[in-house]
Write a protein that binds this ligand. Structure first.
Ligand SMILES: [Ca+2]
Length: 314
């Protein structure tokens, strides 16, 4: 560009010199040369500014490329942070009451394979907040207080509060007879259902089937009609558990007038799931019968479930 401007200046100078040859005055030539020189300077300034602008544009392009690269780098870091956060959330217990969490080291893997039975187990599984926890006891759940600020060897590390009453099902029934019954050696059916939570009591067959393994309570009370007789008339009712009589109720009388004799029995039994319980008359005299009219009552309910057997938790 400078070479071009210098050529222009020489050309104009020659032109002015030639003009003097043809009669122009020196002053006029000088003015014209000065004007031409100024124009050249203006062009040089414009060219300088243009070069400066081009340089700035180039700088802006470089800055833009650098910023774009930085944005990509930050996006990658954000993605890494999110992955790390997800991993931490999966590795930590989600709540105090949660029994099992996934672990990523050998100890945690060992703990996941079994139910926690102590504060020490919970600690291995990643729990570190003091509080009340439910852990596996002998046949039932235990409630313990864990103080993770203390070494596991100290007595205050774990305090047993007691066992936790947990039932996987609810079972309770109360049934009655509305009519008399005299058949022996057959389960006594019932006609009136006051309560049969869980439906374990079958009124038609008279048989209760344990829905889960655990301890149950049964209660029977009733009335036997005994006719007048000069000899002793008896009425024996039996509580059966899987074809075996395990308890008896008894009533008898010998009178010249008919009598109503009452009987009752209670039983607390440990039943396995599927075990069956029912009542049946074992012996009955002539003219004797189980009195109906809502005078015979049979109740039963689940006291305590062997939660780990019935839920098959090891
Ligand atoms: Ca009697």
């Amino acid at each position: 560009m400078a070479r071009y401007l210098y050529s222009m200046f020489v050309f104009l100078l020659c032109a002015s010199k030639m003009s003097s040859t043809y009669g122009f005055s020196w002053n006029k030539q000088l003015q014209q040369a000065t004007g031409n020189h100024n124009k050249i300077l203006q062009l040089e300034n414009r060219d300088t500014r243009l070069e400066a602008l081009e340089f700035k544009v180039q700088q802006h392009d470089e800055i833009r490329e650098a910023l774009t690269s930085k944005v990509f780098e930050l996006e990658a870091k954000v993605q890494q942070q999110q992955l790390l956060l997800d991993a931490l959330q999966n590795a930590k217990p989600r709540s105090h009451c949660q029994s099992v969490v996934n672990g990523d080291n050998d100890n945690k893997s060992r703990a996941v394979s079994a139910m926690p039975a102590s504060c020490a187990d919970l600690q291995v599984m990643g729990y570190d907040l003091n509080g009340f926890y439910s852990v596996m006891g002998v046949g039932k759940m235990n409630s313990v207080y864990c103080d993770f600020t203390k070494p596991s060897s100290e007595s205050g590390f774990q305090q047993l509060i007691g066992f936790t009453e947990i039932k996987s099902v609810s079972t309770a029934f109360y049934v009655q007879r509305s009519s008399s019954f005299t058949q022996i050696n057959t389960p006594i059916p019932f006609q009136v259902e006051r309560l049969n939570v869980g439906g374990a009591m079958n009124l038609t067959s008279g048989i209760f089937t344990a829905p889960v393994t655990g301890s149950y309570f049964f209660c029977l009370s009733g009335t036997a009609y005994i006719s007048e007789s000069t000899s002793r008339l008896v009425f024996t009712i039996s509580l059966y558990m899987n074809d075996n009589p395990i308890a008896y109720g008894y009533a008898d009388e010998m009178s010249t007038e008919y009598q109503y004799e009452t009987f009752s029995l209670q039983s607390t039994l440990h039943l396995m799931k599927g075990d069956q319980v029912w009542l049946q008359i074992s012996s009955i005299g002539t003219g004797v019968y189980l009195y109906g009219g809502l005078f015979t009552h049979f109740n039963g309910w689940l006291l305590q479930e062997d939660i780990f057997q019935s839920t098959n938790i090891k």
